[in-house]
Design a protein around this ligand. Structure first.
Ligand code: SF4
Ligand code: MG
Length: 332
């Protein structure tokens, strides 16, 4: 069967005050059926734009988007409508995506009616009650408006709304980062349980490394509009190859100190450059602790390391996966 989502050379440039913002610059990735792909990067890396392009909330400048094997890149809004039940986007802040005038029940019922997934009246109400139970809410929550619910409950409502259409693909953009830390884990657990039970493919967009390690089967790391490394989760955390990934992971707290994990500590100098004027060559060269001359001019291609499921875009990572060690790395 076709993958839940395939992006091929996805590019999104847009004009801003006489300049071109290169938000996404040739991203190719696949989310398999029932697979969770974590898309990780700093804010400004373009990861949210990838998610928005994948559901056509933003229009790609170039490249293709396939959902369940169907090329949706250039479908009109009208042609896209019947496909809307195959995929769904859950946002960071549910209060901006839930209509404040509607009750939770009406919000969940809307896609069911729109796609005629249940007969009118009683059947819709039964389905709404089932969905509420699946996201850990009670039937009486159906009568509340978004402002009468907590942040965690609102995110549960948006998950219920997404599940109402039984999608093959869920794109979740920072679904827990607007929530209190105490609530984040329970919503993340719910998402993991639902994904396991329903088996939808999931593009999980986040800057939270602990969350992505918990939820994702594979991880793609973005830097300034490009994917710099992609690998199965355990392999990426055990031995990151790209200097940016190594710095990113070295800054994250290690939950289990006994874990076999790189103990180096790499501190990156400087801020993420603006996507208005990304550095030439390797976008990361202005902050890379091991950059060499050619990094300033040659764009490193994302290549598969032979005999592995790993991809990395760095001139200095060898075919056998040997990666350069930063001279400023210090034991943690
Ligand atoms: Fe660093 Fe060069 Fe590798 Fe880019 S290509 S990550 S600048 S060593
Ligand atoms: Mg974002």
């Amino acid at each position: 069967p076709s993958p839940a989502l395939e992006l091929d050379g996805l590019t999104r440039h847009f004009a801003s005050g006489g300049s071109t913002v290169r938000a996404v610059d040739g991203v190719s990735l696949t989310v398999g059926r029932g697979e969770v792909l974590g898309l990780v990067g700093e804010s400004g890396s373009g990861k949210s734009t990838v998610g928005r392009c994948a559901v056509r909330l933003d229009e790609p400048t170039a490249g293709t988007v396939r959902i369940g094997g169907t090329d949706v890149t250039r479908l009109s809004r009208r042609a896209l409508r019947p496909l809307r039940k195959d995929f769904h986007l859950v946002f960071q802040d549910p209060s901006s995506s839930l209509d404040p005038r509607m009750t939770a029940g009406a919000i969940i019922a809307e896609p069911i009616r729109l796609h005629r997934l249940a007969a009118r009246g009683e059947a819709v109400r039964t389905r709404v009650a089932e969905l509420l139970a699946q996201v850990g809410l009670r039937p009486e929550h159906a009568d509340r408006h978004p402002h009468e619910l907590s942040g965690g409950q609102r995110q549960r409502i948006s998950l219920a709304r997404a599940l109402a259409v039984d999608p093959d693909l869920l794109i979740a953009d920072e679904p827990t980062s607007a929530l209190d830390v105490s609530v984040q884990a329970s919503v993340l657990n719910l998402l993991a349980d639902l994904q396991r039970d329903r088996g939808f493919g999931c593009l999980f967009i986040t800057h939270d490394l602990a969350a992505v390690e918990f939820l994702a089967d594979r991880i793609a790391v973005m830097y300034l509009g490009r994917i710099v490394e992609q690998a199965p989760t355990a392999e990426l955390f055990a031995a990151p190859k790209h200097p940016y990934t190594r710095a990113l992971l070295s800054a994250a707290p290690v939950p289990d100190p006994a874990a076999q994990r790189s103990r180096e500590r790499i501190v990156l100098s400087g801020e993420l450059p603006s996507p208005l004027s990304p550095p030439p060559g390797c976008h990361f060269h202005t902050r890379c602790p091991v950059a060499v001359d050619r990094c300033r001019t040659d764009v490193p291609e994302l290549r598969t390391l032979p005999g592995t499921a790993r991809q990395v875009a760095c001139h200095l990572v060898a075919e056998d996966g040997t990666a350069p060690v930063a001279t400023n790395a210090s034991p943690a």
